[in-house]
Design a protein around this ligand. Structure first.
Ligand SMILES: [Zn+2]
Length: 524
């Protein structure tokens, strides 16, 4: 590979999914994986196959269905982990097994209780086992940033000798500082004899807000793979944000002299998709993909922009795929135009889903004059979220006002084909609707957050309801869009209930010795 190519390794589906509240189901993971392939990432880390049956299934489905990128699965340095990872990956045309083992003194002593020579032996064994299955093997000395440099160099050298083609140097706990981390990479380049036989990779966490800075400092010293996630999702404060790494390298090509394979025009939509699927919103002032990333408020800036954009703008909003706010489709637009627009916005839908989007589009076009990209996104997203629903809304009405007790009547279909009606009083109209739905479904929802915002502009704008609930220690989110905010709220609430019911149904046992939490804690 050319020395000026930077490999983008996306771990949104593995490290990103470990963010509290970011869990995704199989259909959602596949949708994100397809979007990552369209974006042009080189490697997708699809999951940690031994962690749970669900993780295995999603890695396998991505390996079988997503073409283009290398598909990677994580494993500890144990035969059971590596065998299971390979089982999930083997149908991919470009599989990669990623094995890891902690190397820092603190992990050696307190977590693993292993001496240095034992660590080296296990690392070598793990890489060799993975190598029996596949040529493309990545090795990570976990907590590398806090590992003694000489020992780190020794482990890395032995891992390459055993067949590792990528050596990843993680800052697992987000402790590194750019110049020091860069010096560690320089040390490895100088002291690891066979370092030219492998790609040096970095994996940085953002606990001190330096994940992107640390990654880029390492790139200057010769790292040629960056592990990152969409929106910087990840354990605790998250990982290095893919969109920031990519746009820094591109905007400052004069400094880095590197290229990536990323189609930057798809960054914004991939960011939106991940935000919708996980329910984790992007902060407004987030670099590159935040709502305000290209908004100019100061009069002096606006004046400068009108004269010459580059006075205050270092990136072109179109280059990251910021959506247009103009009318894109109207009442008379055909199915073909809609299909194209849905694809341009970053969604992969099958014919049946497209038909539903088209039906929704026609209904919406009757209710509101102009249809924006955000309206179409909302329709498409509703398809991604629609799993087999136990409950669907037939009708909702409510009564509210300053001198009346708020009340609501709700009518729901059960998947068995029966219709159920309930009425309730509440503290407000939305509360009354939620209570009526709880009565019908028998599911009590512990609400953590409820928000309504408008997704487009104008008096006939669509309102999006966002609900976050707590169930069995996990966050469950629901989202729905309608020109009527009471209807949007009811739909989002029913989505939460359907998700709770499908989680109850799918609660499969994990390996008895380890809980997913313990496994997650063992992973960088
Ligand atoms: Zn990590």
């Amino acid at each position: 590979m050319a020395d000026n190519r930077l490999v983008i390794f996306d771990t949104t589906l593995r490290d990103g999914e470990q963010s509290p509240g970011a869990s995704m189901n199989l259909a959602e993971k596949l949708e994100v994986a397809h979007a990552l392939a369209d974006l042009g990432v080189d490697v997708i880390e699809a999951g940690f196959p031994i962690a749970s049956p669900g993780d295995f299934e999603s890695v396998q489905a991505i390996a079988r269905q997503v073409e283009g990128p290398t598909i990677c699965g994580l494993a500890r340095c144990s035969s059971a982990d590596i065998d299971r990872a390979w089982e999930a990956l083997k149908d991919s045309p470009k599989p990669r097994v990623h094995v890891f083992l902690a190397t820092s003194a603190i992990h050696r002593e307190f977590k693993l209780q292993m001496a240095k020579d034992e660590i080296v032996r296990r690392a070598v064994e793990g890489v060799k086992r993975a190598k029996e299955y596949c040529d493309d093997v990545e090795f990570s000395p976990e907590d590398a940033a806090r590992t003694e440099l000489d020992f780190l160099a020794e482990v890395v050298e032995r891992a390459i000798e055993a067949g590792a083609t990528t050596v990843n140097i993680p800052d697992t706990v987000g402790y590194a500082v750019p110049s020091q981390y860069a010096a560690a990479i320089a040390h490895l380049k100088k002291h690891v004899r066979n370092i030219d036989k492998a790609v040096i990779s970095v994996h940085c966490h953002n606990d001190l807000g330096m994940a992107v800075a640390n990654s880029l400092a390492a790139v200057v010293e010769g790292a040629r793979q960056v592990e990152c996630t969409i929106n910087g999702l990840g354990e605790r404060a998250g990982n290095a944000a893919l969109e920031e790494i990519v746009m820094a390298v591109r905007t400052r090509g004069d400094f880095f002299g590197l290229t990536t394979n990323i189609n930057t025009k798809r960054l914004y939509h991939t960011s939106r998709l991940v935000s919708h699927v996980t329910g984790i919103q992007v902060q407004r002032n987030k670099a590159v993909v935040g709502q305000n990333a290209f908004a100019h408020e100061a009069g002096i800036h606006q004046d400068g922009l009108l004269k010459e954009r580059s006075t205050y703008e270092i990136m072109n909003p179109q280059d990251v795929g910021l959506p247009q706010t103009e009318l894109v489709l109207g009442k008379h637009s055909g199915r073909h135009a809609l299909r194209q627009r849905v694809f341009d916005l970053g969604y992969h839908l099958d014919e049946a889903q497209l038909q539903k989007v088209f039906d929704g589009f026609k209904l919406l076009a009757d209710r509101k004059k102009v249809i924006y990209d955000a309206d179409i996104e909302a329709l498409a997203e509703a398809q991604i979220h629609s799993g087999p629903a136990v409950w669907t809304l037939e009708a909702v009405t409510c009564n509210a006002g300053s001198a009346t007790i708020p009340s609501a009547a709700v009518c729901l279909w059960h998947q068995g084909g029966t219709i159920h009606r309930e009425a309730s009083l509440g503290d407000g109209p939305v509360d009354a609707v939620f209570k009526a739905i709880e009565r019908i479904t028998g599911v009590e929802v512990v609400l953590r957050d409820y928000r309504v915002r408008s997704v487009t502009v104008g008096e006939d704008a669509q309102g999006e309801a966002h609900i976050e609930a707590q169930y069995d220690g996990r966050n469950i989110t629901g989202r729905a869009v309608s020109t009527d905010i009471i209807e949007a709220s009811a739909l989002a609430f029913i989505q939460v209930i359907n998700r709770i019911l499908s989680r109850k149904a799918a609660a499969a046992p994990i390996r008895p010795t380890e809980t997913p939490k313990e496994l997650a804690a063992a992973v960088s």
